[in-house]
Design a binder for this molecule. Structure first.
Ligand code: GTP
Length: 591
């Protein structure tokens, strides 16, 4: 049967298109908010790193009460997908809300998630937001969204999408693109009308598939998922069906559901609801939580395997001492904490003394972790990233990834060339509208260094995602044609130096600190002697253009990107040293 008192909707939005503001308006106007709780406080706030990188890393959820209906709003990770999180998140929802800025239009970064939503047969409701902007062009943006949907393979029903215009800031939604005031109610009504209530079996045995995890110091692991059938009451004994059919015991010590500010404890919850359960300590993503007398599991979902490892340890170099967290114990505790919610991550002891072998879903995944830790005040040194190999039937196998690239049509050439040179094989090509969508299989080794190379070859336009594809026998070397040198300079020098180098040999990335620019030169055969070039006159960074290109290139990337580049290009006798203020490359044996 279909529940009518509940809606589960996933919200898909590009960073800065106004998701937080709109959700706040929905909460505020749905009448459950005390005015004092609102002042200056945004509900779905994101961390600084997410904003800087233009990706949503952590998903946050809330619920809105509207009339007799509860609407669970599920935040989707925008761009980065570390281990299949996008699929799992969309799996909780029966509908999707696509939020698009009325001036900027649909952004390529949201395409990956949208495509997945279409594959899951979700029918998005489109909200053209910020129509109060003086430069808003709502009607054109609506057409662009239609074109995007067709390009992404929307079926007839999905292409005939419901839409509405809105200003989260002014707190209204309207079917009239010229509207300047009103309430958010038309949007809530549209959700109730177009998103089906969950189809459930309320009387069956309680079953829930764990799609994400949370952790608290006091209660340990918390299982989160949508109740598939039956209901769960506080205190009920539970069985946890793990991989391979192993059964563990647990109990519903606490049952929580989403509310206006996050989560609230309830006496019981039934099929269709998204709940968090406390009392299931040995839980993992993909496990089924059920009742002991009928422990048949739901189909298991898999988390992508880690394919890349590197050693983490505390700093012992010349920079040591500036951070807040400096000891091996600090590092170990932080990594242990990360493991609980960062499901595609593994941490093991390393052969190296006092070091940990940290494995993840690629360079972006690991560098997001390192950068987050750096911002929290950790100091650490990391070694060269290495692909995780396996011996199967006596033969060495390496991980392959399924790579998806979206790029403007005119930039397809450099993408195919770069991916091809790294043993990528094209599986699919779709050219519709202004964008090309390319799919490849590629050895995970080939992904090292690919992202920044693709970004530079396409003036920052290429968007990449990859999923684990499987292990295949190892075939020869992958050519590495580019070297990098990590530098650290005082302001005037860095600028002059960048100019010099851009003209001469390649691209330089710099990241400004207080007095120092940290940088990375990527060039054919860059050498450390290159750093001895003398500074000339200071020029403005924004005026620098890449050699041979008429477009400005990325010259002030966030530190995280600098770090990622450093990791891509280090050699095995080098280490990357990370402190709260610096990212620096050094030789392994400093005397
Ligand atoms: P992330 O949390 O980084 O993903 O961003 P977001 O999508 O949640 O956007 P947020 O609500 O933080 O708004 C981003 C910026 O757009 C802020 O500067 C807002 O003030 C502004 N903004 C949000 N909604 C509106 C709107 O309806 N009209 C106008 N003109 N500006 C808006």
């Amino acid at each position: 049967i279909r529940r009518d008192d509940l809606r589960n909707i996933a919200i898909i939005a590009h960073v800065d298109h106004g998701k937080t503001t709109l959700v706040d308006a929905m909460l505020r106007q749905s009448g459950q908010f005390r005015a004092s709780q609102l002042q200056g406080e945004q509900i779905l706030d994101s961390n600084a790193l997410e904003r800087e990188r233009g990706i949503t890393i952590l998903a946050k959820n809330i619920a809105i009460q509207y009339g007799g209906t509860k609407i669970n709003v599920i935040d989707t990770p925008g761009h980065a997908d570390f281990g299949g999180e996008v699929e799992r998140t969309l799996g909780l929802a029966d509908g999707a809300l696509l939020l698009v800025d009325a001036f900027e239009g649909p952004m390529p970064q949201t395409k990956f998630v949208l495509r997945k939503a279409f594959e899951r047969k979700l029918k998005p409701i489109v909200v053209i937001n910020k129509i109060d902007r003086p430069d808003a062009r709502p009607d054109e943006v609506l057409n662009e969204i239609f074109d995007t949907f067709i390009e992404l393979g929307a079926n007839e029903e999905q292409a005939d999408f419901p839409y509405i215009f809105a200003s989260g800031k002014a707190g209204f939604a309207s079917h009239d693109p010229q509207a300047r005031e009103g309430t958010i109610q038309p949007l809530l009504d549209l959700i109730l009308r177009h998103v089906p209530g969950p189809e459930v079996n309320p009387d069956g045995p309680f079953k829930l598939l764990v799609t994400s995890l949370d952790f608290s110091e006091y209660v340990g692991r918390i299982a989160i998922g949508r109740i598939h059938s039956g209901s769960v009451k506080r205190g009920t004994k539970l069985a946890i069906v793990k991989a391979g059919g192993v059964i563990a015991n647990g109990a519903a010590d606490q049952v929580l559901v989403f509310d206006k500010l996050g989560r609230v404890e309830v006496e019981s919850a039934s099929a269709g609801e998204i709940v968090a359960i406390v009392g299931v300590p040995a839980i993992d993503i993909g496990d089924t939580v059920t009742v002991p007398d009928d422990p048949t599991p739901l189909p298991r979902i898999e988390v992508d395997e880690p394919t890349l490892s590197m050693n983490f340890r505390v700093n012992d170099g010349p920079l040591v001492g500036e951070g807040q967290f400096l000891t091996t114990r600090h590092l170990k505790e932080r990594l242990d904490r990360e493991l609980i919610s960062n499901v595609a991550l593994r941490v093991e002891p390393s052969d190296e003394r006092d070091a940990f072998r940290v494995s993840g879903r690629g360079l972006l995944h690991l560098s997001v972790l390192i950068e987050t830790m750096r911002r929290e005040g950790y100091e650490l040194t990391v070694g060269k990233p290495e692909v995780i190999l396996k011996r199967i039937d006596g033969v060495l196998h390496e991980p392959y990834e399924y790579l998806v690239v979206d790029v403007p049509q005119g930039q397809m050439g450099p993408v195919m060339e770069l991916v091809g040179a790294r043993r990528g094989e094209m599986v699919k090509m779709d050219v519709k509208g202004a964008y090309a969508h390319l799919e490849f299989t590629i050895p995970a080794r080939g992904l090292l260094g690919l992202r920044t190379r693709l970004l530079s070859a396409t003036q920052g336009e290429a968007i990449l995602h990859h999923n684990f594809h499987g292990y295949q026998p190892m075939k020869g070397e992958i050519p590495r044609r580019v070297n990098g040198v990590m530098v650290s300079m005082v302001r005037g020098q860095a600028v002059a130096y960048a100019l010099d180098h851009l003209q001469q040999r390649g691209t330089m990335f710099v990241s400004p600190g207080d007095e120092v620019y940290e940088g990375m030169i990527i060039a054919e055969n860059a050498r450390s002697e290159d750093l001895l070039v003398n500074p000339c006159k200071e020029k403005k960074l924004t005026n620098i253009r890449a050699a041979g290109s008429d477009k400005n290139i990325l010259l002030k990337p966030p530190r995280q990107l600098t770090l990622e580049i450093a990791l891509e290009y280090i050699e095995s006798d080098e280490l990357v040293e990370v402190t709260p203020s610096k990212i620096r490359l050094r030789k392994r044996h400093l005397t």
